[in-house]
Design a protein around this ligand. Structure first.
Ligand code: ADP
Ligand code: NI
Length: 213
């Protein structure tokens, strides 16, 4: 079993080491560590949680050619590692349901899915979350801020991915909402400090943007 995790670790690392969209290997490594920490406190199945955390971004349409191709790659990998059909089904259902997608994803069900989703969301908060947002916006060609763009509250997945936006807008459209959407007690606790970091950052950002002394 540990061997399957170890092998998956190497496999994902080799695939994502050069990813530049915020889904790089180090994101996966942090999410897997966070998920393991939460799983231990919440009594979730560690094998399922670690495997799902390691594989969670491979089917994302920002990483894979498309979601279907990405999922097939994950299934082929799990089969090659002799992961049982029952475990494969649990891992796949986590990967397919946790993405935020503008707030339109269906709610997660298993404890293991809740744990992995919390871990992924925590990595979008705090100092790391701030840094990832600016890297993502830069890669997409968005400005760091544009005061002429409205903040969108409700949006379709299409609008979320392709509408006009800025890094600062992303804080209001997604990041500040995550604290209220954490699933587990441990996840909620960890989100508090990271949420406060976002608010602190925004306060300073606008002070400096408006050149206030
Ligand atoms: P999604 O929420 O669509 O699944 P991810 O969470 O995979 O996107 O996004 C990867 C990182 O990039 C996260 O830190 C996320 O907050 C950030 N990000 C996603 N969309 C944007 C955007 N439009 N502008 C700035 N940052 C973004
Ligand atoms: Ni992720």
């Amino acid at each position: 079993m540990n061997n399957q995790i170890e092998e998956t670790n190497h496999y994902v690392q080799s695939l994502l080491l050069n990813e530049r969209t915020g889904h790089d290997w180090y994101h996966i490594e942090r999410v897997t560590k966070l998920a393991t920490y939460i799983a231990e406190r919440e009594g979730a199945d560690l094998f399922i949680v670690k495997m799902a955390a390691l594989l969670h971004d491979l089917a994302d349409d920002k990483v894979a050619y498309d979601e279907e191709t990405g999922l097939k790659q994950v299934v082929d990998w799990l089969t090659s590692q002799n992961v049982s059909a029952d475990e494969q089904q649990k891992i796949l259902s986590i990967i397919t349901t946790i993405s935020f997608k503008g707030g339109n994803g269906s709610p997660v069900e298993s404890l293991e899915a809740k744990v992995v989703q919390d871990a992924d969301r925590l990595d979008a908060l705090g100092a790391i979350g701030i840094a990832r947002t600016f890297v993502y916006a830069g890669a997409k060609g968005d400005p760091m801020y544009d005061p002429t763009i409205d903040v969108r509250d409700e949006m379709t997945k299409e609008e979320y991915r392709h509408g006009k936006s800025s890094a600062i807008h992303h804080f209001y459209e997604k990041l500040l909402k995550l604290r209220g959407r954490m699933n587990t007690k441990t996840g909620k606790q960890l989100a508090e400090e990271r949420h406060a970091q976002l608010e602190q950052f925004l306060e300073t950002f606008f002070q400096e943007w408006n050149v206030k002394f």
